[in-house]
Design a protein around this ligand. Structure first.
Ligand code: ADP
Ligand code: MG
Length: 291
């Protein structure tokens, strides 16, 4: 049986992990989309990021995870004091950052169970920026996990999230309904136990069932160890998840930060109240809001 020896670096720290974004500018092709974002999310807090279509919310999520299409031209992103911008997406994930995609893709031939197992093994490798680099060509050290151990954790999480047993034998996202895709994603999040989760909700597609699945999942996982950034165009998700802090993004900047009451005010008055523009002018997507 394998045992894990906790080194001082692996022991829990007293201060919660913190995602800190400073004066972030990013562009895609030649178009500047983020134009000076400042945002701090601590472990244990749930923040909502709202804003009209095209204001840069999904871009921010992608830049946090290190999507290669976006170029950061200015500013910084730190996680627990570690400069994320120097790290590949997989290293960011191994630090405990999780991104739920707005449009998850299907992986034919890979079952939900197998996918979760691989993801968990990779996560368990962890990432220590002070450790010497593994020489290229050498396999990274794997932290073993027995099938029994994996099963136990999976059963625990499936129970917590009320996921049907047959679900894990299906190929990931293949023929999944919108609600099932969300369920797979939330189950993945529960298994990985991220310290910081960024959830990007579809601006239109989520039906009420899928919305409830996301909300119930996030609420079940909420606690001192989870920091969450919920990205949503509509107030309705926030009827199910009550955020501690609400931010409004517009044209690549956060233009207002407040408590949960800010979301309610937006629902009543619309984004125009803050932006001074009708929604159709705000972004190039031109979607009509139906709050
Ligand atoms: P939101 O999520 O707030 O609706 P996005 O971050 O998706 O906003 O988009 C912000 C702006 O960046 C929009 O004007 C959008 O058209 C543009 N944009 C986003 N992704 C791409 C891309 N892959 N190629 C070109 N433009 C993009
Ligand atoms: Mg978006």
């Amino acid at each position: 049986m394998e045992t894990e020896q906790a080194t001082p670096a692996q022991q829990p720290t007293v201060t919660p992990a913190e995602l800190e974004i400073r004066d972030l500018h990013a562009r895609i092709d030649d178009k500047e989309i983020l134009r000076g974002v400042n945002l701090t999310v601590r472990q244990g807090e749930t923040h909502a990021l709202m804003g009209p279509n095209g204001s840069g919310k999904s871009t921010l999520a992608n830049v946090i995870m290190g999507h290669p299409r976006y170029e950061v031209t200015q500013g910084e992103i730190y996680f627990n004091g570690i400069n994320l911008l120097e790290l590949s997406p997989d290293k960011r994930a191994r630090l405990g950052i999780f991104l739920a995609f707005q449009y998850p893709s299907s992986v034919p031939g890979v079952s939900v169970g197998n996918f979760l197992r691989r993801a968990l093994e990779a996560k368990r490798e962890g990432y220590d920026p002070h450790a010497p680099e593994v020489p290229s060509g050498e396999a990274p050290k794997r932290k073993g996990m027995s099938p029994a151990e994996f099963r136990k954790l999976l059963n625990e999480k499936m129970k917590l999230l009320k996921v049907d047993n047959t679900f894990i034998n299906r190929y990931i996202n293949e023929g999944f309904s919108g609600g099932e895709k969300k369920r797979a994603e939330i189950l993945q999040m529960a298994m990985l136990e991220p310290r910081m989760a960024v959830l990007d909700e579809t601006d239109s597609g989520l039906d009420i069932d899928a919305l409830r699945i996301v909300a119930e999942g996030v609420n079940a996982l909420r606690g001192p160890n989870l920091g969450a950034l919920l990205i949503t165009h509509y107030q309705r998700l926030l009827n199910y998840i009550h955020p501690d802090i609400v931010h409004v993004m517009f044209k690549g900047r956060i233009i207002r930060t407040g408590g949960p009451e800010l979301a309610l005010e937006l629902e009543q008055k619309g984004y125009e109240w803050l932006t001074g523009e009708s929604e159709e002018d705000a972004g190039e997507d031109g979607a009509t809001p139906t709050v």
